[in-house]
Design a protein around this ligand. Structure first.
Ligand code: MG
Length: 158
């Protein structure tokens, strides 16, 4: 078994879509980044890569590569779950937390899990929690959002 941890944060700006867990969430601001800036998918990708011992998201999807400009992070996640299988591992569990003061994310969690399962992580092996930061710090003041994730991988018999 292997464990990995992932963390990501993005700034909130006007004029961008807010995409979390592959879900387009209605809000007056969106997350700024080279890809769609899906903070949850990025934290999950880094947790998986950590458990695999395969570096980090920036090594696999460099922001200097135009291929990933405004890219769907669900598709990036799908590439990484393919890498997990090729390396002879299986994702046993993902737990995650998104920290956002606004908007309320809980109503979108089931749809996020559906999108993530489409990227190769079965629906019943991923947990997503949504928290505010009680008004403190950059997340609490609405300057940005953050996400944490952990991943447990098991070696598949080959
Ligand atoms: Mg990111």
């Amino acid at each position: 078994m292997r464990v990995g941890i992932g963390y990501d944060s993005h700034r909130l700006v006007r004029g961008r879509r807010l995409v979390i867990g592959g879900v387009d969430i209605p809000f007056e601001q969106g997350l700024y980044g080279h890809s769609d800036a899906d903070v949850l998918c990025h934290a999950i990708i880094d947790a998986i890569l950590g458990a695999l011992g395969s570096g980090d998201i920036g090594m696999h999807f460099p922001d200097t590569d135009r291929r990933w400009k405004d890219a769907s992070s669900i598709e990036m996640l799908s590439e990484i779950t393919g890498l997990v299988r090729r390396k002879g591992f299986e994702i046993a569990w993902i737990d995650s937390v998104v920290i956002a003061e606004k908007p309320r994310l809980r109503p979108f969690i089931e749809a996020m899990k559906g999108n993530i399962s489409g990227a190769g992580i079965p629906y019943d092996t991923v947990n997503i929690k949504a928290k505010t930061n009680e008004g403190m710090g950059f997340t609490g003041k609405g300057e940005g959002m953050a996400a944490h994730a952990v991943c447990l991988l098991t070696k598949t018999v080959s």
